[in-house]
Design a protein around this ligand. Structure first.
Ligand SMILES: *[C@@H]1O[C@H](CO)[C@@H](O)[C@H](O)[C@H]1NC(C)=O
Length: 307
């Protein structure tokens, strides 16, 4: 390591040591639930969430190996790293994400007396109140950060009157009052969040309910049909089975002899395509029927969005 680099590193460490201990962080469990709900958003339209998470969620979640994700670490603001990229990439928080749990503490881990840190939330603003209410905290908007580890929640409540994407802003200042230089940290970020009206949410829940139900129904039917087919084969007499086998061999022989091979495989492809088309039609009909039932009796089909 070169001299100047080592020196700057030492200076940095010294700065960390005397800046007082303030730690603010997210825990992995909370981030995991936020990310898995984000995976329900279709990138094209955040107001039309999917019924099932899109692929990639597992991979992403596997990469969250730390237990804590710092926003402020040892008195240094780190949130810019991810919050800035979050706002810049235009990521929209899912409708179902309506609170964040934030942990904080000022007690140092090496036994030094805790620094007194005053916090002040100056701006907690929704830029479209017909869609999203102003964000709310479960702690007073000003006070001192507790010495021991504790947590609070930031609640994001949609009005449920109108569907839309609303911007909101968070502006917080931390002041290290024990320090002669009165150091402070400022955090100001803008985020976006999708909100669904109650009617749109119900529609989504019913859509997802019907998709799931029809999938199960069709699978069950297919299983029953396959079972019957097998039974029929088992019940047939041995001589019949022998002749069946002969017929099969003959058919296979036809295929092997070429010439007709192309036609056969084309026919098979066609049959497969027809089967798929039939299945799609059946699924659509089932869903239409199911939704009609849901409209008549909405409470029957209410379900968690992410279910
Ligand atoms: C708020 O959002 C709704 C729905 O997207 C939109 O129609 C309305 O114009 C927005 N209002 C403002 C002040 O941006």
């Amino acid at each position: 390591m070169s001299g100047p680099l080592r020196l700057s590193l030492l200076l940095l460490l010294a700065a960390v040591a005397c800046s007082g201990e303030l730690n603010v962080w997210f825990e992995r469990q909370m981030l995991e639930s936020v990310i898995s709900q984000m995976m329900l958003l279709s990138a094209k339209n955040p107001l039309r969430p999917r019924c099932k998470p899109r692929g990639g969620a597992e991979q992403l979640l596997h990469r969250l190996t730390a237990d804590r994700f710092p926003i402020v670490a040892d008195g240094h603001l780190l949130s810019g790293i991810y919050f800035n990229s979050l706002s810049r990439s235009g990521i929209v928080l899912a409708n179902s994400i309506n609170s964040f749990t934030v942990h904080w503490a000022t007690a140092s881990r090496d036994g030094l007396p805790p620094t007194r840190v005053q916090y002040k939330f100056m701006g907690l603003h929704s830029h479209n109140q017909s869609v999203l209410l102003h964000p709310r905290l479960t702690v007073p908007s000003t006070g001192f950060v507790p010495a021991a580890e504790s947590s609070f929640q930031l609640n994001l409540q949609c009005t449920k009157r109108v569907s839309g994407v609303a911007e909101f802003e968070i502006h917080a200042v931390f002041q290290f009052s024990d320090r002669p230089e009165k150091r402070s940290l400022t955090m100001q970020h803008r985020f976006r969040k999708a909100c669904l009206s109650a009617a749109d949410l119900l529609k989504l829940q019913q859509k997802c309910y019907c998709r799931k139900k029809c999938k199960q129904q069709i699978k069950k039917k297919r299983r029953r049909r396959n079972h019957r087919k097998k039974q029929r084969a088992a019940n047939s007499s041995p001589s019949r089975r022998r002749s069946d086998r002969r017929q099969q061999r003959r058919r296979r022989g036809d295929r092997r002899r070429g010439g007709k091979k192309g036609r056969n495989s084309r026919q098979r492809r066609q049959r497969r395509r027809q089967r798929r088309r039939r299945l799609r039609r059946r699924r659509k009909e089932c869903q239409k029927e199911c939704r009609r039932g849901c409209r008549a009796q909405p409470s029957d089909c209410q379900q968690r969005e992410a279910d």
